[in-house]
Ligand binder design. Structure first.
Ligand SMILES: Nc1nc2c(c(=O)[nH]1)N[C@H]1C(S)=C(S)[C@@H](COP(=O)(O)O)O[C@H]1N2
Ligand SMILES: [Mo]
Length: 242
């Protein structure tokens, strides 16, 4: 520890200097002071998009999110959405068909029963919401990589997008879609997802923040065109790794 201490101090000092510089640079480069809200927003948005690239570059497709013991599960697991729990969409499981579009070879819609014939895994992981809470839960479902391969998704494409029954939408990078812990979750605990947690299906992505875990998925699409998302389009950082 004693040998690496000066090195740590050096790095901290450099980070500090660089941060101090970037605030000044923001004013200098843009020619606007920090009271010009729109200009500042544009700069921050550009920085956030640049940050997406950095996060994607350092994202490791093999590094796993921490997993927990069942005894550590948060009970009751919190509900969250852009509306109240009573307003969560009630999806009819019998008539439900998961729609597929974009760069996918076999776009045949899937029933829930068909999805349940695919390989099934469970995970106990932590969900982290930008609103300032986190909770440990248990989800079960089909490894998303298995599903993408099964439908003949073009895994060289850039994005996988999601449209939800409640008009929510989101999208993730292909590397995250193929990550071993990314799950097309059909279950919460040992039972089918209840309405509040996203029946009949949500994407569980423990390597990303909560808002990148779409519930009530109605359609999945594969594309090279940036699809954005409900919160992403309001300024939340798109990559949002956890
Ligand atoms: N369809 C849909 N999915 C959604 C949301 C939403 O409003 N609608 N909210 C997101 C946010 S911000 C969070 S924190 C989690 C909450 O999931 P939970 O209710 O299972 O805790 O769902 C995410 N997925
Ligand atoms: Mo969230």
């Amino acid at each position: 520890m004693s040998e690496i201490q000066p090195e740590i101090e050096r790095i901290e000092r450099r980070l500090f200097l660089r941060q101090a510089l970037s605030v000044g640079a923001l004013t200098m480069l843009t020619g606007c002071d920090l009271t010009d809200g729109n200009a500042v927003d544009r700069v921050l948005s550009t920085m956030s998009k640049w940050n997406d690239g950095v996060q994607a570059a350092i994202f490791s497709s093999t590094r796993l999110a921490p997993t927990y013991a069942e005894s550590e599960i948060t009970t009751p697991f919190p509900f969250n959405a852009f509306y109240t729990e009573a307003e969560a969409p009630v999806v009819n499981g019998d008539s439900y068909r998961l729609q597929l579009s974009g760069k996918i070879a076999n776009k045949k819609p899937w029933t829930i029963a068909e999805l349940r014939t695919l390989p099934h895994e469970t995970q106990v992981t932590r969900h982290i919401c930008v609103e300032g809470w986190s909770a440990i839960g248990k989800w079960g479902g089909v490894p998303f990589k298995t599903f993408l391969e099964r439908i003949g998704a073009d895994t060289t494409a850039k994005y996988v997008g999601f449209k939800c029954a409640d008009k929510y939408y989101s999208s993730i990078d292909m590397a995250t879609a193929l990550h071993p812990q990314t799950l097309l979750a059909l279950d919460y605990g040992n039972e089918a997802l209840p309405t509040k947690y996203g029946y009949p299906m949500k994407l569980r992505v423990p390597t990303k923040l909560g808002f990148k875990n779409p519930k009530h998925i109605a359609e999945i699409f594969v594309t090279d065109d940036y699809p954005g998302g409900y919160w992403e389009d309001q300024g939340y950082n798109w990559f949002s790794g956890s």
